[in-house]
Design a protein around this ligand. Structure first.
Ligand SMILES: NC(=O)C1=CN([C@@H]2O[C@H](COP(=O)(O)OP(=O)(O)OC[C@H]3O[C@@H](n4cnc5c(N)ncnc54)[C@H](OP(=O)(O)O)[C@@H]3O)[C@@H](O)[C@H]2O)C=CC1
Ligand SMILES: O=C1O[C@H](COP(=O)(O)O)[C@@H](O)[C@H](O)[C@H]1O
Length: 602
């Protein structure tokens, strides 16, 4: 039966788990929620749970008149409430059996307040507030929600609204009622100025939050959009003075999660002094990108890919990230981290884990994260000989001078911090033994792009090998998942050029998102914020994943720093250090984005 949703939100988990591919209705539910629950009691309302299409929405049958209502599950709200349409709420003691559960009708609903800690900062302005507005525009936020900005800067509610309004867009021009929606959204935004280590200031925030929450069950989400050295202080103050007493409290933590294994472990134990692991949402925004989400769909819902997904057919896999701008404005932060910590250890490694994992038991967060962590734990720590590092230098092009990394005033002169790195990694398991997984990440390169390239093996005894000359690599299939920009999935195949002769050509079977779908793709932060509100942890990083990720990179990072390895300098706007080609060649790999036939379109 189709779920009846009272929300128009096109991206809520109810819709996502209810895809046309029709996974089993319970496929995205936690183990606890899989058992059908039957609630019955009061004379007036005798709702009976008949299906749960998502963790968030349950279809509830009124056994008296046979009508079906969509209810928000207590699992989603983490409060013992089942919210029916029209603001009615059934509260229940969450009885697991089919025994009477004791419903009691209250005319309230739960509220969610989202506090952006560090609201005056770059990320808040650039990503978080716009994502919240987009969710509001799409009707994805709960009916009773409030957004609070918190930072030291002195601002009024009105100042915050002015600041936020400058970055809000409806993403696509001429969307209906955009300015009214913006006004309505801004009315829900408030500001409180305070120190990050002041329990008193957080108590003041708590008071303001309570004024907005009223009698409702109150759920609170804190987004730590602040430098990492103040994460723990903020969490201590938020949890002791501003956590919810009648609902859930969750904290989204932004990267960097430490600089190495030790600092990451210290951060985790610091956070866990005040929060349970289930309250911590470690964000890696690459996991929220549409094509990264699609990776598992592509692999597990198409018969043609999964059988090929192993060392038997795949020669190598490449994860490529490039930006055509430098560290502009973020040099101070970047110099302490470098490209390996900024991009490889998190974004690219997370994609690798998703790419290489075994089929999870279900789409449950824990099942997926269990498989990802197994991949990470099967990998050898990175060796220096399998890494190339680079740093961009100044370059003059068309009369314009592009700066060197060290020209940034916030970067120490003579800094050896890499702005580019290439690496070869290996997964020591039966599926991937011997297959090089190459990563390449760089700033100030010739293009902005993130993609996954899967290069397949040669066709054994290829009948047409003469048509390819001596370069058999040109004849192999390559699957490209272009994460951004201009999202696409395409497969390079060999085909005959039409005509009477027998000439072969290479063509792309292309799923080009802009051509296939009229609808714009939501920003990663929208998906992740919605998931955090809904308690969906699949796209957030669990602490054991984080430990395993750091174990792979920490020895290398220490060696680079202790030996003061000098990066290879490459001109701003170039294709990066040539060392990356030698590294690939040593593993019999050619970078897919560098091949002679690589054109702008692919
Ligand atoms: N910006 C980006 O694109 C990305 C950022 N991140 C991460 O997100 C978090 C926020 O990033 P971003 O917004 O760029 O950070 P900002 O440097 O802009 O800092 C955010 C806010 O924190 C406060 N703050 C800054 N420095 C200090 C300090 N030393 N002590 C106390 N408070 C301070 C400031 O607010 P006030 O002075 O008003 O208190 C500032 O507006 C960081 O952890 C960053 O690494 C992750 C991915 C991308
Ligand atoms: O986490 C980070 O990501 C951005 C790139 O994100 P994108 O979504 O714009 O591709 C990168 O610029 C930044 O250095 C890094 O910290």
């Amino acid at each position: 039966m189709a779920a009846i949703s009272y929300s128009n939100c096109p991206t809520s988990s109810s819709i996502r788990s209810n895809s046309y591919l029709a996974p089993s209705p319970s496929s995205s539910l936690s183990a606890n929620s899989r058992r059908p629950r039957v609630f019955s009691v009061s004379k007036k309302f005798r709702p009976q749970m008949i299906s749960h299409d998502s963790p968030r929405y349950w279809n509830v049958l009124n056994v008296q008149d046979g009508s079906v209502a969509t209810a928000e599950s207590p699992l989603a709200t983490e409060t013992p409430l089942i919210k029916l349409k029209d603001g009615l709420t059934l509260s229940t003691s969450e009885n697991e059996s089919s025994e009477a559960a004791g419903f009691d009708i209250k005319e309230t609903g739960s509220s969610v307040s989202i506090t952006v800690v560090g609201a005056s900062g770059d990320l808040a302005k650039k990503k978080i507030f716009p994502a919240l507005f987009a969710l509001y525009y799409e009707d994805c936020l709960p009916e009773h929600f409030t957004v609070f900005g918190y930072a030291r800067s002195k601002m009024t509610d009105e100042d915050l609204r002015n600041m936020v309004s400058k970055t809000l867009t409806c993403r696509i021009d001429k969307r209906e009622n955009c300015s009214e929606k913006m006004e309505q959204f801004l009315k829900r935004c408030f500001y409180h100025s305070g120190q990050y280590d002041s329990e008193e200031n957080f108590s003041e925030l708590d008071k303001k939050l309570k004024e907005h929450e009223g009698d409702r069950a109150s759920n609170r989400l804190f987004y730590l959009s602040i430098p990492p050295n103040i994460f723990i202080d903020s969490v201590r103050c938020a949890s002791t003075s501003a956590s919810s007493s009648k609902g859930w409290t969750r904290v989204i933590v932004e990267k960097p999660f430490g600089r190495d294994s030790e600092s990451s472990a210290a951060l985790t134990s610091g956070l866990k002094q005040y929060l349970g692991e289930d309250q911590i949402f470690r964000i890696d925004h690459y996991l929220g990108k549409e094509l990264v989400e699609n990776l598992s769909v592509l692999r597990f819902s198409n018969l043609i890919f999964e059988p090929l997904w192993s060392r038997q057919y795949i020669r190598n896999v490449q994860f490529i990230f490039s930006e055509d701008f430098g560290t502009e404005g973020r040099g101070g932060y970047f110099d302490n981290y470098g490209i390996i910590r900024d991009i490889m250890q998190n974004h690219l490694l997370q994609i690798l884990a998703l790419f290489a994992m075994e089929t999870p038991v279900s789409l449950d967060a824990e099942d997926i994260r269990n498989e990802k962590v197994k991949v990470l734990r099967s990998m050898k720590p990175l060796q220096l000989e399998n890494v190339v590092i680079g740093q961009y230098k100044s370059h003059v092009k068309g009369g314009v001078t592009y700066p060197a990394y060290t020209d940034d005033k916030t970067v120490p002169k003579g800094s050896l911090t890499p702005t580019f790195a290439a690496a070869a990694l290996f997964i020591n398991n039966a599926r991937w033994d011997g297959v090089p997984f190459l990563m390449k990440a760089g700033k100030a390169l010739h293009t902005k792009r993130a993609e996954i390239r899967v290069q397949f093996r040669h066709v054994p005894g290829n009948l047409y090998s003469r048509s390819f000359g001596t370069d058999l690599d040109r004849a192999t299939n390559e699957l490209v998942i272009r994460v951004q920009p201009d999202e696409a999935i395409y497969l390079k195949i060999n085909n005959k050029v039409p005509g009477l002769g027998m000439r072969l050509d290479r063509s792309n079977l292309n799923l080009h998102y802009a051509a296939r779908y009229a609808k714009e793709i939501p920003d990663a932060y929208e998906r992740l914020l919605l998931d955090a509100i809904e308690g969906e942890r699949r796209l957030f990083i669990r602490s054991d994943e984080l430990d395993a990720a750091w174990s792979l990179f920490t020895p290398l990072l220490k060696e680079l720093e202790e030996k003061k390895i000098v990066p290879e300098f490459y001109p701003y706007g170039s294709r990066g250090p040539v060392g990356a080609h030698y590294l690939a060649a040593r593993h019999n790999v050619r970078w897919g984005d560098m091949s002679a036939e690589h054109t702008k379109d692919d």
